[in-house]
Write a protein that binds this ligand. Sequence first.
Ligand SMILES: [Zn+2]
Length: 189
Amino acid sequence: MNYGKYKNARNASWQCLIDFNVSSLPVMVSKIAKASNIAIIKNSAVDLLKSDKSGITIFQNKKFYIIYNDAENSRRCRFTIAHELGHIFLGHLLINTPEYKIFAKREDNESEANVFARDLLAPACVLHELKAFTTRDIANLCNISLEAARYREQRMRDLETRNAWYLNPLETEVRKQFDDYINSKRADK
Ligand SMILES: [Zn+2]
């Protein structure tokens, strides 16, 4: 699957939630990878990452392998895997190394992959419907780090001020898919 045609990483994240039938939080990134025949590998098993790196994707024999730094906490690992899925689904440029291909390091691609990861793990319309606006609520619902949730909180504040939801049919579709989940969460309150 290649969402490269969606110039916009946000739209690609919506399409991904729809295609993989994600209907509740936290989004299971490993399930999405499995369904896409992408292998997820702990770095402790292969020792391929430079020590300061969170993850890398390699492409070998027509298959993608996401290697993540499992020395980091699981919430961070989820973000790393979602970020790497972003590179793959957005069809970012692969370059050759002697043994395999990797994604070219480009700043715009890195920020696109981050937007994809953020929007995939913490879909704004779902947070909006659940009125989950605090860092802590967002972190717990989405199973992401406090650091990532803090960014999301700021973004949610902007989006709530703008108050322009469901202008894109993909977002409407995501909202529909999460309907049962949103209703059950609202009933819990
Ligand atoms: Zn990256």
